[in-house]
Design a protein around this ligand. Structure first.
Ligand SMILES: *Cc1c(COP(=O)(O)O)cnc(C)c1O
Length: 239
């Protein structure tokens, strides 16, 4: 094993331990929570090593970095999640490798994703990104739609050819009433998810929690945690 792979293995083991203890503490089965490793800014060789170590879900947030990486790893049994703010001019590229887009936050993006998915003859999983710091009708600092816009956008995804409504995603807000209150933020997301599932029972994914707050997300009921630095190390500034 290379030094890098050994380091990734040790980091993964620590993250795995954190997820399983949080599951145990919350009375949840370990298999209710899926680890997505956020590989942004790290090379394809790390993705390959992670796959060797058993990782099956990876996430990226910038198409420029993700597209060549996904191409270099096309032979691997990985599910690719796109978690960054997405411009419509990148949609065709993202649709060529992403299995799930977690950052769906506006009707125009739904239309663009749908055309691209139909053209590529792919079914694309979609999560509505909820901005818990956004006022009604506005978008969040880091993308996302205000909670009161979720139902309408979810209906648009559900009605769109080529798209599958999988659930909800959030990033814990840095500002507003939930700033510094991750557990409360994730509880709120789970509440919005429960309401969504009344009309869309298959939309079960709740993607929340990162390196610093995955315990809060598991406790609140997240089904997917997105972990970058705790597995790969501190990123250089850009990511
Ligand atoms: C980078 C990123 C993560 C991972 O964050 P870490 O703090 O490195 O674990 C999770 N979600 C999104 C949307 C990200 O951009």
């Amino acid at each position: 094993m290379t030094d890098r792979k050994a380091q990734l293995a040790a980091n993964l083991a620590r993250v795995e331990e954190r997820i399983s203890s949080s599951c145990a503490a919350a009375g949840r089965a370990r298999d209710e929570v899926t680890l997505i490793v956020v590989t942004k800014t790290y090379p394809a060789s790390d993705v390959r090593a992670l796959c060797d170590l058993g990782v099956r879900h990876v996430a990226e947030n910038r198409d420029q970095d993700a597209a060549p990486k996904a191409a270099a790893c096309a032979d691997l049994p990985l599910t690719w999640h796109f978690v960054g703010q997405l411009q419509t001019n990148k949609v065709r590229s993202v649709t060529s490798y992403a299995d799930v887009v977690q950052s769906v936050d506006r009707a125009r993006l739904v239309t663009a994703l749908s055309s691209a998915a139909v053209r590529a003859e792919r079914e694309l999983g979609c999560l509505i990104q909820v901005a818990l710091d956004a006022e009604s009708g506005e978008r969040g600092e880091r993308g996302g739609i205000a909670p009161d816009g979720v139902a309408e956008l979810a209906a648009a995804v559900d009605a769109a050819d080529g798209l599958r409504l999988d659930g909800l995603m959030t990033v814990a807000p840095l500002a507003g009433p939930f700033a510094g209150r991750q557990r409360a933020a994730f509880d709120r997301l789970v509440e919005i998810s429960s309401r969504l599932r009344v009309g869309h029972p298959a939309a079960t994914m709740v993607s929340a929690g990162m390196s610093g707050d995955l315990e809060d997300a598991v406790a609140a009921g997240a089904t997917h945690v997105r972990v970058g630095t705790a597995v790969l190390g501190d990123r250089p500034r850009l990511g």
